[in-house]
Design a binder for this molecule. Structure first.
Ligand code: PNS
Length: 167
């Protein structure tokens, strides 16, 4: 049984993430979405429980996918869960440099774990949580970029959307 973990901060979950989850769920027996705090990203919008709820609601139809939060090093979490594969999403080449560094470091810390990359669909290649947060903060519409579970929470947080945003 191959158990894979798709780790990230998912603050918030967007359509690119959901696309990677769908693709990876077809490749592995079990896929756990591991939600954690990334100390490099200091401005969290949603707390971990809210992010977990977004992932769970958005992956309801995928029977081999679950979601869990973790703290500390990813490689330690992988060991604790006896999971052998880290899944990372790639949008553009610049993602790869950052991801390659992490993959090598994770391999150095735990040689039993492989990192596999899944490319997002082209249509989501420009979507990032940081930009979704930024757009939402200005009260503009992110409906096309995020699943309904995220959209609802953004609306709750920022109130009604402006309807005069082009495009
Ligand atoms: O969605 P993100 O914020 O780009 O995901 C980054 C994440 C959470 C996967 C990465 O920061 C991580 O693995 N954090 C856990 C701590 C850890 O293991 N750090 C060492 C990485 S070499």
């Amino acid at each position: 049984m191959v158990h894979a973990v798709y780790p990230g901060s998912f603050d918030p979950l967007h359509n690119g993430h959901v696309d990677v989850i769908r693709r990876a769920s077809r490749l592995f027996d079990k896929l756990t979405v591991g939600v954690t705090h990334n100390p490099l990203k200091s401005t969290a919008l949603f707390d971990i429980e809210e992010r977990l709820a977004m992932v769970r609601e958005s992956t309801k139809g995928l029977s081999n996918v679950d979601a869990e939060s973790f703290e500390g090093l990813l490689v330690d979490y992988m060991r604790a869960r006896q999971a052998g594969v880290i899944v990372k999403g790639l949008r553009v080449i610049s993602d790869f440099e950052y991801e390659l560094q992490m993959a090598h470091l994770n391999r150095q810390m735990n040689a039993d774990v492989e990192t596999l990359f899944v490319m997002t669909a082209t249509r989501w290649s420009f979507v990032s949580s940081t930009r979704v947060k930024e757009i939402a903060t200005y009260g503009a519409d992110v409906t096309k970029l995020v699943p309904p579970a995220t959209q609802r929470r953004i609306l709750e947080r920022f109130g009604a959307l402006q309807d005069d945003v082009p495009g």
